[in-house]
Design a binder for this molecule. Structure first.
Ligand SMILES: [Zn+2]
Length: 130
């Protein structure tokens, strides 16, 4: 039997960060089974394909409208959800352009499945390429 800790991912056991309900609505392909009364968390383990969980309920990267580059490095995976940069787009030039757009404001709290800004992920793809 699996040991069950409420704020830990039921698949990998990593810590989860609470995300807004709107975040799930904005990112899941189907919101079937999403319960507004529950608290959902984002699995912070990049090696785990679980995006959201609540108790034993999970939603994985494949269930997102746009697959997250934080959890896989497929060329079509999304790095920046606000300005639509994908893994295949990652370059120093694109990053400069992104920073200028981002300075005008972003909506990562809702649009990014992690609920956090994507600049760290973006930078990681730059250094991997260098
Ligand atoms: Zn996990």
């Amino acid at each position: 039997m699996q040991f069950f800790i409420p704020d830990r991912c039921p698949k990998c056991g990593a810590e989860g960060r609470v995300v807004r309900y709107e975040n799930l609505l904005a990112n899941l392909r189907s919101i079937e089974g999403v319960d507004a009364a529950k608290e959902y968390r984002y699995c912070t383990n990049e090696a785990c394909d679980v995006i959201y969980f609540s108790g034993t309920q999970t939603f994985t990267n494949d269930q997102l409208l746009r697959k997250s580059a934080a959890k896989c490095s497929d060329p079509d995976a999304t790095i920046c959800y606000c300005f639509d940069y994908k893994v295949a787009d990652a370059s120093e030039e694109a990053f400069e352009e992104y920073k200028a757009k981002n300075a005008q404001g972003c909506a990562c709290g809702v649009r990014n499945p992690s609920g956090k800004c994507c600049s760290k992920i973006f930078k990681r793809y730059l250094s991997e390429r260098a």
